[in-house]
Write a new protein. Structure first.
Length: 434
């Protein structure tokens, strides 16, 4: 049964540890809330600055790494004749799902993937180089674009201040108030060269495999760039904002989701820790109801399995009901045609964990009211996913900005950004107004 777009979207929104969609959703919502709060409660330039920086950064963030990687896949990988779907973790010494293991299984169960695997095995250094080069290039370009964006924001504020002074006829109309475009683009070029010539990704290899942690490197660069380029008087505020964002986007996202799922199970006696794609699947409900899934799990657990033995079971029972559900949950990687992918990486621990979750769901349910039980599970899962997003947006988009503005008032007695006030004073000095 084909999975609907709505089901896929909800599933991705609930995948805090492996999908960038929930982070993107939080980011877009909190950008809107942040801009609105600063426009209403902050200084006269806050709303415009936040709109430029928040939405601009979001565009760099969403389009940066994924877009550059896609271009890389369509050009450089294609020219090298290396399949970009290959996960280089298969080259890791001692890996369960190694390149040799994948080839062995592909020759027996996925002959159409053998050619790609043999090419990759014969071009190990090239494959590793392409992957690392794609990662570094995409991150460096995105970081450079961010630096230029922050420069543009600050120059836009300075320009606005100058224009205001002129409109009040405080200075001569002949004063040149145009932002120096050459300076802006030279800044972008300089940032790009600096980042490209001095990448430092030593020890970050684990971050390259997971799209969420991959994006966390860009977010760390975003935070670092914002702190570096923050104007005097606003660094503490920027630090608070960036620490809050990193916490809710990465460090707290999965714990909050798991916490909400545990609360749901405790209150309603319904486990909802399975992927939404599984909970929403009619075939899953039918397999639970007719007992076929329970029997398959019993068969899997009949003999102790771990590591390669788990992967062997998956390959050897690809058409079985249990592996079919594991595919839908995402822990068994598939090709576009729905077959097991020998190019992607499969982790035995994730497979076993998901089987245990299915077993728990079956134990907690009853066949007489299964449809009702499954419907409640779906509703509670959706509720937990959007509650997770809502908690992050409420703090990042409303509470954090209000606290920052409150801090300004306590420190300086005004809701104005002290850094912008300093820029205004500097402009007046440059124009001989003080």
């Amino acid at each position: 049964m084909a999975i609907s777009l709505t089901t896929k979207l909800i599933s991705e929104l609930g995948n805090s540890s492996g999908s960038i969609l929930p982070i993107w959703a939080k980011d877009v919502a909190q950008d809107s809330a942040t801009t609105l709060v600063y426009s209403k409660k902050g200084g006269k330039h806050d709303g415009k600055e936040k709109a430029i920086e928040e939405y601009g950064t979001g565009l760099v963030w969403v389009c940066g790494i994924p877009f550059v990687k896609k271009i890389f896949d369509k050009t450089i990988y294609k020219k090298a004749k290396i399949n970009p779907d290959f996960d280089i973790r298969k080259f890791k010494q001692g890996a369960e799902d190694s390149i040799d293991y994948a080839l062995e299984k592909a020759k027996k169960f996925a002959v159409d993937q053998v050619g790609d695997l043999e090419k990759i095995k014969a071009s190990k250094k090239l494959t590793q180089g392409l992957f690392i080069g794609k990662f570094i290039g995409a991150t460096a370009i995105s970081m450079a674009a961010l630096g230029a964006l922050i420069h543009l924001k600050q120059k836009t504020t300075e320009k606005s201040i100058k224009q205001k002074l002129i409109s009040e006829k405080i200075v001569d109309d002949k004063i040149n108030v145009t932002v120096n475009n050459d300076e802006f683009f030279s800044s972008f070029k300089g940032n790009a060269q600096k980042k490209a010539n001095n990448p430092s990704f030593k020890g970050l290899s684990n971050f390259m495999y997971n799209p969420v942690w991959n994006m966390s490197i860009l977010d760390a660069a975003i935070s670092g760039t914002r702190l570096t380029k923050a104007r005097k008087g606003e660094r503490a505020e920027v630090l608070f904002k960036e620490a809050s964002a990193v916490s809710f986007f990465y460090l707290l996202a999965t714990p909050i989701q798991k916490g909400l799922e545990k609360i749901s199970e405790k209150l309603f006696k319904i486990p909802i820790d399975l992927d939404y794609k599984v909970l929403a699947d009619n075939e899953f409900v039918d397999a639970v109801k007719n007992g076929s899934l329970k029997n398959a799990i019993k068969d899997f657990k009949a003999t102790p399995k771990e590591g390669v033995k788990v992967l062997d079971y998956v390959w050897e029972n690809e058409n079985g009901v249990l592996v079919n559900m594991l595919k839908k949950s995402g822990v068994v990687p598939t090709t576009k045609k729905g077959k097991i992918s020998a190019l992607k990486f499969m982790e035995s621990g994730e497979v076993v964990d998901t089987i245990d979750k299915m077993d728990k769901f079956i134990t907690k349910s009853s066949t007489e009211t299964l449809e009702k039980f499954a419907k409640k599970a779906k509703g509670l899962k959706i509720g937990s996913i959007f509650a997770n997003i809502g908690i992050a947006v409420a703090f990042l988009g409303i509470i954090q900005p209000l606290l920052a503005i409150k801090g300004r008032k306590l420190k300086g007695g005004s809701n104005e950004n002290p850094a912008v006030k300093q820029v205004e004073n500097k402009v007046k000095q440059d124009l001989n107004l003080v």
